[in-house]
Design a protein around this ligand. Structure first.
Ligand SMILES: *Cc1c(COP(=O)(O)O)cnc(C)c1O
Length: 223
């Protein structure tokens, strides 16, 4: 079941911003996605490859599918034909594999670099120094990917000041590299903010929020 009131209130928050809403539908049935789609929502985010592939097959073809989970290189091939944006790119080898699969599908795949901003060990992503190394690496050989922005997840915490500081940090890293203009790299999208912290994220410069439980209700699993 979707929560239409919450959906409307999130849209209201985004109305005077340039921030895009990605509705995170992981673990939720296709019927919930259809309900939100009927209200005009086109961007949906999923975390699991098999689940995404199954849903993509049965749902409208103009849905923009965002892969927001941790992506294993050996699974890129399943989503490469249709994925709209991959948020969680956290290694150069993954970027190379996405490029390879994009070539096979005769398309370009847009990617975000995931930056590790939380203090939790378990969250994926590059740290600041690794980002620097990545940009020192030549992107030029990867002709079928485009790095269009960055993504991050704040610590799982009630402490608003801490979350805010992490968002500010991500925004500053994003700004530092946003002047890079390569044919396959122009940073425009800053994907940060979830159900619990999206207002703060918008305030700190997010251009894309990924919201799940607020729209679809809480999930049973801790993911
Ligand atoms: C699950 C998930 C979300 C959505 O989380 P909610 O708290 O339900 O809004 C956003 N981003 C990522 C990377 C996720 O895995």
């Amino acid at each position: 079941m979707i929560n239409i009131d919450n959906y409307k209130s999130v849209l209201g928050e985004l109305k005077h911003t340039k921030t895009t809403l990605v509705a995170v539908s992981k673990t939720k049935p296709a019927s919930d996605i259809e309900s939100l789609y009927a209200l005009g929502q086109k961007d949906f985010g999923e975390n699991y490859v098999q689940e995404l592939v199954d849903k993509q097959l049965m749902l409208p073809k103009d849905i923009r599918w965002h892969f927001i989970g941790h992506l294993q290189s050996n699974k890129v091939k399943y989503i490469a034909p249709f994925v709209y944006l991959i948020h969680g790119v956290d290694s150069f080898s993954l970027l190379k594999e996405i490029n390879k699969q994009a070539i096979k599908n005769n398309r370009t795949i847009d990617c975000l670099l995931q930056v590790h901003i939380a203090d939790e060990e378990t969250k994926f992503g590059f740290d600041e120094s690794e980002i620097e190394g990545l940009f020192a690496n030549s992107f030029n050989e990867l002709k079928n990917i485009r790095v269009v922005g960055m993504m991050g997840m704040a610590s799982f915490s009630e402490n608003q000041e801490k979350i805010k500081a992490e968002f500010i940090k991500l925004k500053s890293i994003f700004d530092k590299y946003s002047s890079i203009q390569l044919f396959n790299c122009q940073l425009q999208i800053l994907s940060m903010g979830m159900s619990g912290d999206y207002k703060l994220a918008i305030q700190e410069g997010s251009t894309m929020v990924r919201i799940g439980s607020l729209l679809f209700g809480s999930r049973l699993q801790a993911n």
